[in-house]
Structures are given as structure tokens and as C-alpha cells.
Design a protein around this ligand. Structure first.
Ligand SMILES: Cc1cc2nc3c(=O)[nH]c(=O)nc-3n(C[C@H](O)[C@H](O)[C@H](O)COP(=O)(O)OP(=O)(O)OC[C@H]3O[C@@H](n4cnc5c(N)ncnc54)[C@H](O)[C@@H]3O)c2cc1C
Length: 337
């Protein structure tokens, strides 16, 4: 495998052991690897930007913003019969504004201009959205796609190159892709341990679930008229119950998925760590091995890992035991001198 790199006036070739395509939705790596990217585009364009707008403090404090010709714009998404407008602020003086409206795929993300965004807001709101000086502007066609495979031999895909979602949450899936793949590539290079097939097995089903929930989100936000209002109101009622709310949150953050690492193992194996009192042990950012069954073999593996990484042997927790079924907390930390 040969990769051509062009940087400024420089151009050179690399022959890497592995190649990861994190080159976005139009991924050249994915296309070159011949990996299909099935899905669909909504007939909707999202135009967005960040703006310096000190006068729009009401979007930071939740008071909203007066828009001449429209009325009061609420913090968050505001629906109109012609689309939706986002107006919010997460830091004083900086406004995040966006407009979704029916339209064609834009030429490219970076080609959006302030007058184009303002014109879009005018069409959707029927009023003049007061935007300050743009910090950045971007536009995308709203689409949902999932790569047919995440791996082709020594080529891998991660992030938008592997999946596109028609509603928010792309980073919740894309960043853990990189976390999942990174240490497995390191293990393959350093240890010759081949866990690389587990990358697709673990991450692709999560993206598939994310596609399910973001498609549903898109349908909910797009549903127009009285029927759309009724649909959103009814779903809002359902989400006042803890069960449906918990189900949806776990679906959105990917914690409903269990990696089947040890078939028939402990119910917590392969899941996100639940609410255990681990805070003091996580402070130094070092790996922690939790053995819920107090098995000598696991302790031996932890000691071996600790030795190899130059860290101290496994220790019992200094203060009491973790809650629930946990009986041992094995910590792999830096050796005390
Ligand atoms: C307007 C907008 C708002 C968004 N809001 C949110 C949000 O609120 N929450 C959220 O979770 N997500 C959001 N997203 C999505 C989020 O930005 C993306 O999911 C995320 O940036 C994807 O990261 P990535 O690294 O996979 O791809 P990208 O961010 O697309 O990065 C790909 C990189 O590869 C480079 N590249 C591409 N081709 C080549 C090549 N041939 N050679 C060399 N380099 C190349 C590009 O220049 C780029 O730097 C938003 C996106 C947009 C456009």
C-alpha cells in the first residue's frame, strides 16, 4: 500500500503498515478502498455558523432574542412552516446560529457566505436574524449513511468517513471510533496482538443504532403541520417516564450496547462502567482493571501487564470496597518511590 502525501509544495510517498481514513464524509480513502457508503440524503440543507454578537445576551441567559418581522426567537431550535432556525449561545458574546430549509446539496462546506445564511434565515423566519461578525460558517446537506465495511485489509475507516447522521451526535460516535481503533493498532504494532477485527464488530453496530435514532430525530424535527406538533407533544409526554427516557438516552450515547467479549460472562462485562465509586482511582488517568469475581488468574494478568508497562503491581483499594458486586479493585498505577 502506498500513500501519496502533498503538503504545501512538498510531495512524498509513504508505505504504511496500516492506513486509517479519517478524511470526512467524502473520504478518498473509503473510495479508493472500494467500500460502499449506502444511505440517503434528505432534501434539506443545514447552514450554520458562530458569530460574535454581544447584543444577543438573551440567547445565553435563556431569555431569547427579538427578531424584527418574526417576534421572539427561543433559545434552541425554532420551527416555522418553511424550516427551522437554531439560535443559542454557550459562552457570553458568541452566538451559534443555524438554518435548516429544503434545498439542494451545497457546492462545498466552506463556500457559505454571510449574505447566503441571512437570506436563508429570512426565507424561513420571514424576519431579519440579527447576526454579528462570523467566526466560521459552514453548510452541509443532511444525510444518513453507513460504510458497508470499516476495514479492507490494512485500511480502516473512522468518523465521518465511516458514518454520517441526519441529526446531532456525530462526535459521540466518531470520537469513540478513534479511541477503539487507536490502542488496537498500537497493540498490533507493539504486541502483534490481532484485535483489529473487533474494531468493526464493536463500532459498526453502534453507528447503525445511531443512524436509527438520528433518522428518527430528523423525522421528528421535519414532521410538519398539526400532525408534526402532535407527534412531538406525544413523544415529549412519553419521555417524562424514566423507562423510555433511560432507553432513549442509552440509545443516544451508545451505552445500550454490550461487547460480547466473554460469551456468558458477567452482565457488566463489555459494558460502559456503571455508577461505581471509582472517582479517586480515575484521577491519574491510568488504566484500572476491575475484577468483579476476585479471580487469581485475573490478578496474575494484571501483575504481568503492570510489570511490562513499568507500573506497580495490583493493589487493593485503600479505603473499603467498591459498591455492588465488586469485591476487588485492581489498580495499575505508577510505582511509588
Ligand atoms: C455545521 C456543522 C455543525 C455540526 N455540529 C455538530 C454537533 O453539534 N455535534 C456533533 O457531534 N457533530 C456536529 N457536526 C459533525 C461533526 O463536525 C463531524 O462529525 C466531525 O467533524 C467529523 O470528524 P472527522 O474527523 O471524522 O471528519 P472531518 O471533521 O470532516 O475531518 C476530516 C479531515 O480530513 C481532511 N481531508 C479530507 N480529505 C483529505 C485528503 N484527501 N487528504 C488529506 N486530508 C484530507 C479534511 O481537510 C479534514 O481536516 C457538525 C458538522 C457541521 C458541518
Amino acid at each position: 500500500m502506498t500513500v501519496q502525501v502533498r503538503q504545501d509544495d512538498d510531495s512524498y510517498e509513504l508505505s504504511p503498515r496500516y492506513l486509517v481514513g479519517c478524511d470526512g464524509g467524502h473520504s478518498v480513502v473509503r473510495q479508493q478502498a472500494g467500500i460502499a457508503f449506502p444511505g440517503s440524503a434528505d432534501p434539506e440543507v443545514l447552514r450554520m455558523g458562530h458569530f460574535r454578537a454581544p447584543e444577543a445576551a438573551g440567547l445565553y441567559t435563556n431569555a431569547g432574542l427579538d427578531v424584527p418581522g418574526f417576534g421572539r426567537l427561543q433559545r434552541g431550535w425554532n420551527r416555522t412552516p418553511r424550516g427551522a432556525v437554531l439560535a443559542m449561545s454557550l459562552q457570553p458574546g458568541v452566538v451559534i446560529a443555524g438554518v435548516r430549509e429544503p434545498g439542494e446539496a451545497p457546492r462545498d462546506k466552506a463556500s457559505l457566505t454571510l449574505p447566503e445564511l441571512q437570506a436563508s434565515a429570512r426565507r424561513v423566519l420571514g424576519g431579519e436574524l440579527p447576526l454579528g461578525e462570523p467566526i466560521w460558517l459552514s453548510q452541509v446537506v443532511v444525510q444518513g449513511r453507513l460504510a458497508q465495511r470499516y476495514r479492507d485489509g490494512r485500511v480502516f475507516l473512522a468518523g465521518d468517513a465511516a458514518h454520517l447522521f441526519p441529526a446531532g451526535g456525530a462526535l459521540t460516535v466518531g470520537l469513540p471510533d478513534a479511541v477503539n481503533l487507536g490502542w488496537k493498532l498500537a497493540a498490533a504494532l507493539i504486541d502483534r496482538a490481532d484485535l483489529l477485527d473487533t474494531y468493526e464488530a464493536e463500532r459498526r453496530p453502534i453507528a447503525k443504532r445511531a443512524l436509527l435514532q438520528t433518522r428518527a430525530q430528523a423525522a421528528l424535527t421535519q414532521a410538519a403541520g398539526d400532525n408534526g406538533v402532535a407527534l412531538r407533544e406525544l413523544l415529549g409526554e412519553l419521555l417524562t417516564y424514566a423507562g423510555p427516557l433511560r432507553h432513549l438516552v442509552a440509545l443516544m450515547d451508545g451505552s445500550d450496547r454490550r461487547f460480547d467479549t466473554i460469551p456468558g460472562g458477567h452482565p457488566l462485562t463489555g459494558r460502559f462502567v456503571p455508577a461505581l465509586p471509582l472517582k479517586s482511582f480515575l484521577r491519574n488517568g491510568k488504566p484500572i482493571l476491575l475484577d468483579l469475581a476476585d479471580r487469581p488468574a485475573v490478578r496474575a494478568i494484571a501483575r504481568r501487564l503492570a510489570r511490562r508497562s513499568g507500573h506497580s503491581p495490583v493493589r487493593r483499594p485503600p479505603n473499603g470496597r467498591p459498591a455492588g458486586p465488586s469485591r476487588w479493585l485492581c489498580r495499575v498505577g505508577r510505582r511509588r518511590t
